[in-house]
Design a binder for this molecule. Structure first.
Ligand code: G6P
Length: 382
């Protein structure tokens, strides 16, 4: 199928703009619109997975690479927080040579948008083999999350969640990341529903919140793109960036830094904000901007105080936060507002400005946004 840019300068920008539609498609496919809280006849989520996947799961291990690994980190937070299942996330390239010991009732999940990443496939193949030998009864507990169900991953694993993002051309993943995060919301909520670890009312509240996300992303794109395009003029000479986040938004700090590295070739680090004092703070001065993801919730005040520490070292502070004024809002040199939503839903909104920031910095530098040097859309060799 021939994919066109449809008037966008780059595929990456087009794909950023496709995200509201991708979230809508995931909502429609994964969530049952007939579900009413406390009506036990209909399940709220339908991923089409067999019960063996879910029964008595005591642990989850996830393997992935690159941006998919970041989606997996959000998945871990959701699975632990909502379904109360201890979850570990591994780089597939590490896990394949240094796997965790096999434990009973462990579900393993491979996340790969292409379904062709060599390390992820090898890690899962190794897991399949060792289970066959040592734990034949846990063979069924293998799950893939992919945008290409027809891929090698799709053929290898018995169970798949299809992420429904459509073909992504830009090497830097955007819409497939958001779709992977949607798959994790659905999986974590499904497990939470079956294990009764969240109340029906809370489940309803989260699902209602998810249904607002497409409109909120549309609003963000409409109001922020021009602002971010202007803002990047400030970073013509910038060589380093630091991204800070905490809790469920720590992976978004990692993803913001990765997007920038991939397409603009600027050195960038994503850090859990509380760890800044153990190293990165030594890098800070007026030449190193700091992007702080400060979404209301359990760690909001903490992120603000970490951001203040960066400001005290003369860093330019860019806030991704709904708080516009008052003490918190005033500390930022630049403020990219995002809607205030339940903390659990906030990463899917916080990532949008970071995608736009990376895109506009790279586009302004005249770089090949869709085909950055040295990178491939899928890495099919070790
Ligand atoms: C490559 C791409 C990244 C991607 C990673 C994992 O490095 O450039 O954008 O995140 O592979 O790809 P996968 O297809 O396994 O998600």
């Amino acid at each position: 199928m021939m994919v066109e840019k449809q008037g966008f300068k780059h595929f990456m920008l087009k794909e950023i703009y496709e995200q509201p539609g991708v979230v809508r498609d995931c909502l429609e496919a994964y969530f049952n619109s007939d579900w009413i809280a406390n009506d036990s006849n209909v399940a709220p989520i339908n991923l089409g997975l067999p019960p063996e996947i879910y029964n008595d799961v005591e642990q989850i291990q996830i393997v992935a690479c690159g941006t998919s690994w970041h989606a997996a980190l959000i998945g871990k937070y959701l699975l632990e927080h909502l379904a109360q299942i201890p979850t570990q996330v591994h780089y597939a390239s590490e896990f394949r040579y240094a796997p965790s010991p096999l434990t009973p009732n462990t579900l393993i999940i491979g996340v790969t948008q292409s379904g062709e990443t060599a390390d992820t496939l090898a890690a899962l193949e190794m897991e399949k083999e060792r289970r066959k030998e040592q734990q034949p009864k846990f063979q069924a507990r293998l799950l893939g999350i992919t945008n290409r169900p027809e891929s090698s991953l799709g053929r290898m694993l018995p169970n798949i969640i299809n992420t429904l993002a459509g073909i992504e051309i830009g090497v830097a993943a955007t819409k497939t990341f958001v779709a992977q995060v949607m798959a994790f919301y659905a999986l974590a909520l499904d497990l939470a529903y079956l294990r009764k670890t969240v109340s029906s009312a809370k489940l309803q509240e989260i699902i209602n919140g998810l249904r607002q996300i497409p409109g909120e992303i549309e609003g963000l794109l409409e109001t922020q793109e021009k602002y971010i395009e202007e803002l990047v003029h400030e970073f013509n000479e910038t060589k380093d960036f630091i991204f800070l986040g905490r809790g469920i938004n720590f992976p978004i700090a990692l993803e913001g830094a990765l997007k920038l590295k991939e397409i603009s070739y600027i050195h960038a680090e994503g850090y859990p904000a509380g760890e800044m004092k153990h190293g990165p703070i030594a890098l800070l001065d007026e030449k190193v901007p700091v992007v702080a993801i400060a979404m209301p919730g359990t760690v909001y005040e903490k992120v603000i105080s970490n951001a203040q520490e960066a400001k005290a070292r003369d860093s330019r502070l860019i806030g991704v936060t709904p708080i516009r004024d008052g003490e918190a809002g005033d500390i930022f040199n630049d403020l990219i507002p995002v809607p205030a939503v339940d903390e659990l839903l906030s990463p899917i909104l916080a990532v949008i400005p970071l995608q736009l920031l990376a895109y506009h910095i790279a586009a302004r530098r005249g770089l090949d946004v869709d085909q950055p040097r040295n990178l491939a859309k899928s890495v099919t060799v070790e």
